[in-house]
Design a protein around this ligand. Structure first.
Ligand code: AMP
Length: 424
């Protein structure tokens, strides 16, 4: 099926052609006609599926085909959780809409508000925004949302995770009752379902892959290893595997900075991206990584949310996420657009519980390979939790998850499961 047969107009088809897209992605095949029909849409889709074009193209077409009372009004509002994602979506709006007479801009925090006010004053039809800055601008009387015809909530699950629910509620109250709503989310937690109930009117449901499963073409592997040896193991994997580009997730900003220093010591160029970095530093880090001036981008979940980094071959969970859904978001950075990818998780004994949570969500166990020279110390047990009086025991040898075969040329280890003595 071609883009032409989806009912898109000539100026949009021209822009698509310039982008070099030949055929619509599965989400585009479903989302474009659904949005064009004027119905509300609920889509389960991760970044990398082409979802941005999936909502941007028909949104542009709908706005272009109807004549508004006020040609300078904000007619479409696209809300998204992070600055980087907002910037990327705004770029897509410009790219796909380059042959249409619609104006657009993007507003997000962390940068000066004055240029954004100036742009809004000139009149903007399509506004891409992060919730906090949008409210700021509204509170200062700089934006009128009472003419919005189409609302897009992109990465809705992450917006809730990041605590934007109150801001979103406030923003909803500023919109007209009658409008088209499009909601995109990678996962469907009870909170999202709740939000959907109040927001969408008999939506068209779109799902390109099971919402809680991960792309088939991603090879997922767990390397059991002691916590303190993770940096060295990562250096080894990068060097032995001749990796050229890897996105590494850490749980904390401090952990990201520390890992960058350790990788650099091993001669691996690395840069951190997290919310303590200025917007300029984040943009630079991303550009350096995309243009392959640095090999490793070390990031926290929030900072990397929704980043469009094409054809990422490797993603590493240096720390497992505490929220299982984040695992799906993280590895969504690899294996994109039909390309293969590898998602590697370095798992220490204290993370077995997190791993079990992820495997429950995936409804399958992950292949586990112990790397020779990095066998976990069998005498280690999990550190006691601060409130607990006794150290919790590591998981017994189980049939699930990490109880799996060592790889060829890799040694078998006992994985620290024997609760012999405490190292604490
Ligand atoms: P997204 O999931 O919206 O972040 O898009 C992921 C990437 O796929 C972006 O780099 C898009 O430019 C690209 N893309 C979107 N649609 C297509 C298509 N139909 N054919 C090829 N690439 C596409």
């Amino acid at each position: 099926m071609s883009f032409t047969s989806l009912g898109l107009s000539e100026p949009l088809l021209r822009a698509i052609k310039q982008q070099g897209y030949k055929i619509p992605s599965p989400i585009q095949l479903q989302a474009i006609p659904a949005v064009l029909s004027g119905r509300d849409v609920l889509a389960a889709a991760q970044t990398g599926t082409g979802k941005t074009a999936g909502f941007t193209l028909p949104l542009l077409q709908l706005l272009d085909q109807s004549k508004p009372a006020d040609p300078t009004a904000v007619r479409a509002l696209i809300m998204t959780p992070t600055r980087e994602l907002a910037a990327q979506i705004a770029n897509s709006v410009l790219t796909y809409g380059r042959f249409l007479a619609l104006s657009s801009t993007v507003v997000f925090g962390g940068v000066g508000i004055s240029p954004q006010k100036k742009k809004l004053k000139q009149g903007v039809n399509i506004l891409t925004a992060t919730p906090g800055r949008l409210l700021d601008l509204h509170n200062q009387g700089c934006v009128d949302l009472s003419h919005v015809e189409i609302l897009v909530l992109d990465e809705a699950d992450r917006m809730l995770d990041m605590g934007f629910i109150h801001d979103i509620r406030k923003i909803m109250k500023l919109l007209p009752q009658k409008r088209q709503n499009l909601l995109f989310s990678a996962t469907f937690t009870p909170e999202i379902r709740q939000m959907v109930k109040g927001l969408l009117d008999s939506p068209v449901r779109i799902e390109v892959a099971s919402s809680n499963s991960t792309a088939e073409n991603i090879r997922q592997v767990v390397h059991p290893v002691d916590k303190t040896r993770k940096p060295k193991l990562l250096s080894r994997l990068i060097q032995d595997g001749n990796w050229e580009q890897v996105l590494v997730f850490t749980r904390t900003k401090h952990g990201a900075n520390k890992l960058v220093r350790l990788l650099e010591k091993d001669g691996i160029s690395a840069v951190a991206i997290h919310s303590n970095k200025s917007q300029g530093a984040r943009t630079r880090a991303l550009a350096d990584f995309k243009q392959r001036r640095v090999l490793a981008l070390v990031a926290t979940d929030i900072a990397v949310r929704g980043l469009d980094i094409e054809q990422l071959p490797q993603v590493v969970n240096f720390d497992l996420p505490s929220v299982p859904e984040d695992y799906i978001h993280r590895i969504g950075r690899t294996g994109r657009a039909g390309l293969g990818g590898q998602a590697v998780s370095l798992v220490s004994i204290d993370e077995h519980k997190s791993l079990a949570g992820i495997e429950r969500l995936l409804q399958r166990s992950l292949t586990s390979e112990i790397i020779a020279g990095f066998e976990p110390d069998p005498n280690l047990v999990v550190e006691p939790a601060p409130t607990s009086t006794r150290p919790s025991r590591p998981r017994p040898q189980s049939k699930r998850g990490m109880g799996s075969k060592p790889a060829n040329n890799r040694s078998k280890g006992s994985q620290g499961r024997r609760p012999t003595k405490s190292a604490a």
